[in-house]
Write a protein that binds this ligand. Sequence first.
Ligand code: ADP
Length: 378
Amino acid sequence: MASVEIRNIEKHYGGYHAIKDINLTIDEGEFVVMVGPSGCGKSTLLKSIAGLETVSSGRLSIKGRDVTKLDPGDRGIAMVFQSYALYPHMTVAENMGFGLRMAKRPKAEIDAAVARAAKILRLEEQLEKRPKQLSGGQRQRVAIGRAITRSPDVFLFDEPLSNLDAALRTQMRVELSTLHAKLGSTMIYVTHDQVEAMTMASRIVVLNRGRIEQVGEPLALYNNPANLFVAGFLGAPRMNFVAGKVVEVAGHGARIASAGGLTVAFEGLSGPLAIGDAVTIGIRPEKLRIGDAAADVRFCAEVRLTEYLGRETIVYADAGDLTTTGSDSGTGVFTIQIGENKPFHAGTPITIGFDSRDAYLFNADGWTLTSQKPVART
Ligand code: ADP
């Protein structure tokens, strides 16, 4: 049975259309991550599922029950917020048992639920402490524990790791994935951080300006983004984009040329193109190689800046009139990611190359025409 069904959900704030015709079916036990830039409507959508926000129109069911008009407490959900929202005067145990106490459950049941959640989250030693005596990570675990004790049909997470430092965020990502595997519950998680989406989701929902851009498994979205937005949003460093024009069409293939002399031949395109059409070529930084004479496509550039990250090196290179329209640096230079530590000094001339089968092509409306790239399974 579908765990959550979202049908034609719309949300207007006065004259502002925040959520536009959202349709999504979430299966039992899925970990769905809704990701998108700030202001895309992801929190509004999550709050609408929680019942903390009323929808303007549309229908929402949880476990086959229409909950569109029900109060949050009657929907079978539990929500974890970025701000933890713990009661400072209560102990960890009291915070975790709060929902069940409000529901007037018997004390033995509450104690058992708190003990179970504390064990899962390794909070057994902290039960008598108050929130201010805990670290940020522990506080967030208490907030998650409070959700677990309620045994909800669906867990909702609203940017729960945003207040934590980088090391703790990584640790909590692993903990949340482990927790999901242990509980097998349906989880819906909202974040602006594509790394959280890629690492934790069984399916990612990419949102932009109140609409769903694409839904799919993380690697499927990474390898086969439906459009320019998804291609640019997923992946760090970002995909390099180059504006081009169609110069030749043959069957399902086309040759594309850009200003600055880049020419790429594409085969097996999924949509029509005509000579003269404006298109965008996309190539991920890890698919660009430096000094490889065997690459299908090659062009000259000059190193502008190098970032040494230890296990990898990011090179920003200037290719003169051949400029990118949307790489990470935002200055028209190419971003190249090399999976090893190698020195590249500013001002050094280099040859950048890539294989045409690794390149993406987008039409003037931003839709991907190269949509059949194989997805490596883990
Ligand atoms: P996100 O979580 O993706 O950052 P939100 O869902 O919080 O975005 O907001 C989506 C859009 O709706 C934003 O442009 C925001 O300004 C607007 N919005 C959110 N809440 C309200 C509100 N209560 N009144 C008016 N506009 C709102």
